[in-house]
Design a protein around this ligand. Sequence first.
Ligand code: CP
Length: 307
Amino acid sequence: MRHLIQPEDLSNQEFMDLIETASHILAHPELYKERAKGKILASLFFEPSTRTKFSFDAAMLRLGGEVIGFSDSQSTSSQKGESLADTIRIMSGFADIIAMRHPLEGASLLASKTSRVPVINGGDGGHQHPTQALTDLFTIYHYKKKLSGHKIALIGDLRYGRTVHSLIKTLARFKVDSFYLVSPEELSMPRHILDWMQANYPDIHIYVLHDMEPALRDCDILYMTRIQKERFFNEADYLKLKNSYLLDAEKMQLAKKDAILMHPLPRVNEISIDLDNDPRSVYFEQAAMGMYIRMALILKLLEECDD
Ligand code: CP
C-alpha cells in the first residue's frame, strides 16, 4: 500500500501527473464532486494547522467524501496514554485514508507501519511536509509554466522549517539552476541536506547567504519562511532572530519584474501587508492551490487501493 511520508515517495512522473490532475480539477471542479463518494478521510492533527488540515478536509468534501478527525488531541484517548501506533490502528479501521500532523519527526512513518489505509504526512516536527512541496510545485508550475531552470531563494528559518526541507529536495529533481539559501547562521539549512544535494545534484549551484539582497535581485522564485518559534528551546534565542528578514514594498523593488513571491504561511511579519497587492505576490493563491493538489493526491491514493 502506498503512503506519502516524504517527497521521495513520489516519482517525478507522479509529481507531474498530480499537477496535471490538480490543474484539471481547478478548471473543472464539477467533474470531481462525486469522485470520492462513500469514502472517509481521517484528519488527525496532533499539532495546530489552518491550511493543511482544512485544505485536506475541504478537498475530501469537494470530492464528495466525508471527514472524521480532530485538531486537538486533548479530546482523544492519547491523553489517557494510548500510543500513536494504537490510535492509527484504530482510526484506520474507521477511514479509507488518513492525513495527519504530529510534532515528532518520524511520527507519520511510524503511523504507516500500523495503518491499514494510506497515510499522508501533513508535517512531522521539523522534518518533512510533502504535501506542502506538492502545493509549492503546483504553484510554481502554474505561474511559471515549468519547474526547470529557475533560480530559487529560500529565505528565513531553514533549520527548523520543514517546508523548505521538502521543497529543496523535490525541486532539485527537476533540474533547477540554483538555490540561494538565506538565513541567520543559527538557522541555516541542515548539513545533511547540503551534503545530500552535493552528492546527488553537484551541478545545482548553492549560495549560502545571510543578506537577502543578492537573492532578491537574482532569483525567479522568492520563498519566504517564518522563524519557527515552537521549535526553539528558549524564548531569548527566538526573540534575537525573529525579525531577521522583513520583506516590504521598498525591498521588493530590487526583485525581478516576473519573480513570484511565495510563503507556505502562516506569516508573522516576514512579508509586509503592503506587498499583498503586488502582482508578484502569490502566497494566498498558493494556499488555495493546496486544496486542489490534495484533491488530486487523495484520488490517486484511493484509486490505487481500489486497483
Ligand atoms: N503551510 C502550512 O503547513 O500551514 P498550516 O500550518 O496552517 O497547516
